[in-house]
Write a protein that binds this ligand. Structure first.
Ligand code: FBP
Length: 533
């Protein structure tokens, strides 16, 4: 008997009509796309790649193509579907010419600068089709930005005579793709650089990129677990579940999971920031809900907390910024020295926090100088603060909190059918863009809420998605992170429902993802993608 894994690896999924054979498509120039903000500054930094046209794939009579040699790299956190991007890229390159070669750089962008790579052949790739994770090549969070790194990358792609380089990554990695494309062009290097939009966080999205790959799988994985917990809560009727969900900044994952599961309480960081809601206000709202439910004999609830929420709570943001600055200035941070180093307000905020959270805030930062939000136990912070508040209110009901963190388990599972099809198509689009000589472009597919046969294939100039932002004290060109749009249809729908979710139990239990059989209608597309279209 064949195992699930064997069947899944062999499963054929439909492809957009235009990508059935890459010998039959070319790209038509559409309107020139300039950055919507800071166009002049971006143009100065990207003289060769700013002001390029949008490219749209159109069918044409088949013609012969030359063999291509292309490199590919994973950059940043895992997201399900990455292996299919590589399978799609390999398939596309081989449709163009049977002698094409695909080179995989190992362990992320440092694999490019250090020249660590392996050739990817069909036999090996067959074992990775429709699987999650990035273990075919490994990944990393290094950037290629110093002069030394840029010139090493140039030397490596020249030594390998690469026609193209595909960078599979999020906003920062695609910014890096644009930097490399510009650098290669300004040094007379023929290697075309193309980016592919990846991140479970869902914050790489815009007019052209409707969704990043990995988001759908991550949200369905978390939602299955949330649904299971909801059923457990309904059965045992005794626990209050505080579930922190991954998503470094934006709350797209929390919003999507709430649309899929209808929990009792959901924090949306962007709304907290807009309304300047304080930590104490959030705690009071939660406490009120717990008391109200307890009066209705519901000593259980399910609460979703986005990973990045503390950086959106005004007084916490101020405190974190002050601590970050002290760390950048290399001031040694001990709890004892903080009274002198922080202003009065921030010190007061710090003191209201449970000891374990105080310690986590003083821990080391990531390589970009950010607090490692996935390491801060926000779920425990809320539990402690709600417990205190309930004591103050002399609550007589039962409060038995359980803390959960759903994060890494959502990034490397078998991709949903949507992510699997989307990624194969993104890989083929990247191959087609390189074969058409495009550099500094991101592979983009529109019409994703529709049937695959009507998906539309584009190349979007990455510079058109950029603006200038201050990073580590310096003004830098970057792709703007897309936060939850509070005026958007997905958030508005959620906002219209959430009050009833607090009191009644409208839990949805989505169950596990389905991979075989007729598509289940509720699993075909992400609810926020459908609502926003
Ligand atoms: P990417 O933006 O690189 O896709 O990664 C997102 C993410 O999964 C966040 O949700 C999370 O905060 C972070 O990575 C965790 O990073 P790490 O894997 O370095 O612990």
């Amino acid at each position: 008997m064949k195992s699930f894994v064997d069947l899944r690896k062999k499963q054929e999924l439909p492809s957009p009509r235009e990508l059935e054979s890459l010998t039959n498509i070319c790209f038509e120039n559409k309107e020139v796309l300039n950055p919507k903000k800071d166009a002049e500054e971006v143009k100065k930094l990207f003289p060769h790649t700013c002001g390029m046209p949008l490219l749209k794939a159109v069918e044409k009579k088949a013609k012969s193509h030359k063999a291509l040699k292309v490199g590919v790299v994973f950059s940043g956190g895992q997201a399900s579907g990455g292996h299919n991007v590589i399978v799609g890229l390999h398939t596309g390159l081989h449709q163009l010419h049977s002698q094409s070669q695909l080179i995989g750089f190992l362990d992320g962008p440092s694999g490019i600068t250090k020249g660590k790579y392996k050739e990817l052949k069909v036999d090996e790739l067959d074992g990775y089709k429709n699987t999650g994770g990035f273990n075919l090549l490994g990944s990393g969070r290094d950037k290629i930005e110093t002069q030394e790194q840029l010139s090493s990358a140039l030397q490596v792609v020249k030594d390998l005579s690469l026609d193209g380089l595909v960078i599979i990554g999020g906003d920062d990695s695609n910014t890096n793709a644009a930097v490399l494309a510009e650098y290669f062009l300004s040094h007379g290097c023929e290697t075309k650089v193309v980016g592919v939009p990846k991140t479970i966080d869902g914050d790489l999205k815009n007019e052209w990129v409707e969704i990043s790959f990995g988001f759908d799988t991550a949200c369905r994985t978390y939602s299955e677990m949330i649904g299971n917990i909801q059923r457990d809560a309904l059965s045992a009727k005794k626990y209050t579940h505080f579930i922190k969900l991954m998503g470094r900044s934006a709350s797209h994952i929390a919003l999507e999971c709430s649309l899929l599961t209808h929990p009792n309480f959901v924090m949306i960081s962007e709304e907290i920031e807009k309304n300047k809601t304080s930590l104490q206000q959030i705690v009071s709202e939660l406490t009120e809900m717990i008391i109200k439910r307890s009066k209705n004999e519901k000593n259980y609830s399910v609460i979703l907390i986005p990973e990045g929420v503390i950086e959106f709570i005004p007084e916490m943001k101020e405190l974190i910024n002050a601590l970050n600055k002290l760390l950048v200035d290399k001031k040694i941070l001990s709890k004892e020295s903080l009274e002198q180093s922080l202003n009065k307000e921030s010190y007061k905020t710090f003191q209201t926090l449970p000891e374990s959270i105080q310690e986590q805030l003083l821990l080391d930062r990531d390589p970009h100088g950010n607090v490692q939000v996935s390491h801060i136990q926000t779920e425990k912070l809320f539990i402690e603060m709600v417990r205190k508040q309930l004591e103050i209110k002399k609550f007589e009901g039962a409060f038995s909190p359980v803390a959960h963190f759903f994060g890494y388990e959502g990034r490397s599972g078998f991709p949903s059918n949507f992510d699997a099809m989307y990624c194969l198509a993104l890989g083929k689009t990247a191959a087609a863009l390189i074969s058409n000589g495009a550099s500094g472009y991101m592979a983009a597919i529109k019409n994703l809420s529709q049937d695959v046969s009507s998906w539309e294939i584009f190349g979007v100039p990455i510079t058109s998605l950029m603006n200038m932002e201050t990073r580590k004290g310096k003004s830098k060109p970057v792709i703007k992170k897309a936060l939850v749009d509070l005026g958007g249809k997905a958030f508005q729908f959620f906002a219209s429902q959430r009050v009833s979710w607090q009191v009644e139990d409208n839990y949805l239990l989505p169950g596990p993802m389905q991979f075989f059989g007729p598509p289940l209608t509720d699993q075909q597309r992400s609810p926020s993608l459908l609502l926003e279209k």
